[in-house]
Design a protein around this ligand. Sequence first.
Ligand code: PNW
Length: 448
Amino acid sequence: MNPPYTFPRNFVWGFATAAPQIEGAAFEDGKGESIWDRVAHTTDRIHNHDTLDVACDHYHLYKTDFALMRKLGAKHYRLSLAWPRIYPQGRGAVNQKGVDFYHRLIDSMLAHGITPWVTMFHWDLPQALEDEGGWRVRGVAEAFATYADTIVREYGDRVKNWITLNEIVCFTRLAYGGIDKAPFTNEGEKVVNQTYHHAILCHGHGVRAVREHGGRGARVGLTDNPTVPIPLSETKEDIAAARTAFIQNNTRIFEPIFHGRYATDYLRKAGADRPIWEKGDFDLISLPTDFLGLNLYTGEFVRAGKGGRPEVVPFTPNYPCADSPWLKLVPEALYWGPRWASEIYGAKAIYITENGAGYDDQPPVNGEVLDVHRRNYVRACLKELHRAIQEKVLVKGYFLWSFMDNFEWQDGYNRRFGVVYTDFVTQKRTPKLSAQWYSRVMAENRLV
Ligand code: PNW
């Protein structure tokens, strides 16, 4: 018999990062300005006025970073490519030095025995495209199509796992709807709905590019961060209410991608704010994918209200959270998220493309960072994920966010998600307790 909490054979274990958060070299070798570079240098939106200029300096330190990853036992690694490194103006002339950098990066990864999982877009829109209207205008999809074609042609001989976009809501609603992501504008529902539409159109182009140029064995999917309703109690009524809430919460993305149309309910409610689309858009948007990536950090509790309608149970101020205030500790999301996605949309292969916890860890003491809090949360999450797998939900892999502390968007370098501690002055890496623990989990393919 297997020891308890053993994961399926061939389960994919890895780490996740994103280019703008770790690479640095923000203006080196011809890289163009991204919308995050712009807000970092010209606004007060980012904690401590931190910038992405140096970050973890992974651009220069990637070889030793891969050596450490390998030493910890990771065989899979989810990274993203910086669009403005390949196309500094978003479109037009290719920056050969940027293209070459990713050739070296991918070769080094493979030399260290690490399989790349490449996200095409992780929020670093070229500023030149934002100047044309960014996600508000359809031109973004045309530019993305060319970018996707280029990178799949360049790297497709060695990269077989592609993720089109990371977390649409974070660069549409949270970015143009007045919340907390670049470019930090506030433009109302009509614009926000249109940015979603252009994003799913780009997803479609990403899938198309992989089918056209990806070669043998290429696979592609979207990474999304759905809000995950957790039934307050596992009664029939609360489960049904949470299920309905999942559909409603994620209608803008999952309905078009899985069903090739917007839900009539959504269009009716949106009224005059509904997005504009063109003939043929949904054929592209709903091209079949090979897997669904889910970034799961937290959830919300839902119960059956009047007439069975979903009712969100608000978090009281004393509900526990990580140091990131949005990160309420709800490990159950790792059970219900995959379950809803497979039960409702028939997602066959699911990868958890991110999960982790943001805490303001203190520097190493005697070479140790004792982040028991992070280790315990991730372990609780993995127990819930294991339950989903036991119940035959087809979860094929898990990527921990993040390999090392990095640029945490509007929270700058203050908030740490890494299992490896980054000293941003010396660039010294120190594996935390959570890294030592995760290393054993990967090696033994079970929870320890
Ligand atoms: C993800 N929320 O963002 C991103 O993909 C990463 O780049 C980021 O560093 C990581 O999670 C940690 O924040 C999220 O409000 C941002 O629920 C916000 C939320 C979830 C994920």
